[in-house]
Design a protein around this ligand. Sequence first.
Ligand code: AMP
Ligand code: GLY
Length: 410
Amino acid sequence: MGVRVCVVGKGGREHALAVSLAREADVVVCPGNQGMELLGVTCSDTPPEAVEADLFVIGPEEPLVDGLADRLRAGGKRVFGPGADGARLEGSKAWMKELLVEAGVPTARHGSFTREEQAISFLRAMDPPYVVKTDGLAAGKGVLVTEDRSEAEDAVRRYMSGEAFGDAGRTVVIEEGLYGRELSVLAVCDGQRATPLPPARDHKRLLDGDAGPNTGGMGAYSPVPDADDVLVERVMDECVEPTLDALRRTGVDYRGVLYAGLMITADGPKVLEYNVRFGDPEAQAVLPRLGEGLLELLASAADGSLRVEPNVRDVASVTVVCATEGYPTTPRTGDPIEGLDEVVGLPGVEVFSAGVARDPMGRPVTAGGRVLAVTGLGGDLVAARDAAYAAVTRLRWEGMHFRRDIGATF
Ligand code: AMP
Ligand code: GLY
């Protein structure tokens, strides 16, 4: 003990980081949320710039894109998370695609547009499915994948006029549709080298059977049986390392997580997107699989001298996100949460608070679209899944929604 870590953010991912790091350090989450506090995590409203800590771990993309890591480093702090230059990978899809093409990283063919007529004529020359993305951040909602060209054209108009996503949509990226299974590979980078965490698979759609709209993520599992070490090595060789090299050539010293969102196609892995942070809910599935050593892993990457590999335990995890009615568009909040006491402390179960507040009596109530992430651990995915759902079915609130097929589709 004695080492102090500040985790920046307020969701389930940051709660998972706090729990894992708390085995080796004193942790404060800024700002965190009231549900984390209920579950024993220290939270603080102090701005991160004013916090004293030996290591800062920045969770969400917005502060990274906004230059929080740069400001902290300028103040002499040790930070795990890229500066604004590297965070542009997530902050601008057009820039990210340019870098990938230059680095020779496999990715969908694309065009970037700032003029509507050009975007529409590019779209008309493509085959379905049509993929239309905002250039800028849109909280995971700026991507449309559709078979219907008029829907795609309509999206182009709404994005580019600023109507749908403000300035984030004024530049659009239109891509070829790729087929395959998706995979998330999160690599810890120190500017020069990268080491992968165990891969995970996210379930992005709202409803069972991958139906309904895209969300921030309804659940995840790890390991992924169809993603063996050979595939992960290929992702590192063909995608992550060339990207890190290309970043370095442009003067970017990338220290943090480089999260490759991949489609495993018949021609091999292709990068759909990069995120510049841990995934949510992938972090809630992957971090509980790690044993001691996360602190050293992140601290050494922050120092630019990665010297350890992730310590992966031989357990499987399944994380189920419990959301509110109306998520992802108009989440209903303020409903009392029942059963939380019952599930906290169940063996093989970890509960992470994403959107929980306390009512005036101190009882937990829903406070966001994604409320809790419940991770089950077990000797294999079946056992992990059973543990997760045994806990989830003890939780209740008005309009609670979760998928019943997380980790069942491997
Ligand atoms: P992104 O935020 O770019 O990862 O896109 C969100 C989701 O849209 C991905 O997880 C995929 O399910 C889907 N998607 C994005 N790009 C493509 C593509 N080129 N082909 C097929 N599906 C895609
Ligand atoms: N689970 C997807 C993401 O974190 O972007």
